[in-house]
Ligand binder design. Sequence first.
Ligand code: ADP
Ligand code: MG
Length: 293
Amino acid sequence: ATPTALLVGTGRGAQLGIVIRGPEVLESTRRIQVVLLDKTGTLTSGRMRVTEVHPAPGEDAAQVLRIAGAAEDGSEHPIGRAIARAARDARADATLPPATEFAGDAGLGVRAVVEGHRVVVGRDSLFGELPPVLAGALAGERELGRTAVVVGWAGQPRGLISVADTVRPTAAAAVADLRRLGLRPILLTGDSTAVARAVATEVGIAAGEVISEVLPEEKVAAVRQLQQDGHTVAMVGDGVNDAAALAQADLGIAMGGGTDAAIEASDLTLVHGDPRLMADAIRLSRATLRTIR
Ligand code: ADP
Ligand code: MG
């Protein structure tokens, strides 16, 4: 590979909105066979909004949202940002009570102390059995393709908040583009199987190519397993929860507008967050390296 051709390819990438860490990255891009696609923030816009608050029996919906919003105020996850924003918007003075001891568990949820309560907002698996009203609401929300998280304090689940996200307008075309290039797209997400399948259907990925309900370290394991099976793997993601998998992949691709951790762990960044740029990057690397030989 002549350095000049690689530099020209890198420059062409920048024009397209693909930031390439170094010229050598184009070589690994060309060899990719499997593309793991994160859901939230990658295939979807990640611009989530709260659609419903379901209180547990004896709880007040406004209070559930207010406490959850305060606990999520320090979160940079799209779910956390949506909950904090909705909680602020619901208040005449747009303020939230202060939270202390904030801690985020990537791929699980957040914890914080609000008004003396130990608050947890996150996956239902963080809680024991849910009261029937909440379990029913959770199933209903998932049927609608919505992500729902549980809010609890003092060891008790107090409510459920559902958030809606929209599939990016170019996601289905991006998946079709990858297939046309001979690549195998797989959806990889920490979200529930029901929600993951709804998004997969919308973008044209079969249920058998969906890996769901995985923790960040299980995303890494999924990448490693495919590599052990002899595949060259690209991973596309945007979140803190994706960073380790992005680093493990043969090619890590970050969505522009994603978290710094994802961008730092990646070889390529798609500046405008348009998933169609994934196929453009692969086409570019193939074209660049063809001119070299
Ligand atoms: P994805 O792989 O689709 O990007 P994540 O791994 O970021 O999803 O999150 C997986 C699940 O963890 C979410 O569906 C949600 O249930 C929970 N979760 C993650 N972060 C938060 C948060 N800040 N607040 C509440 N729940 C969260
Ligand atoms: Mg994500």
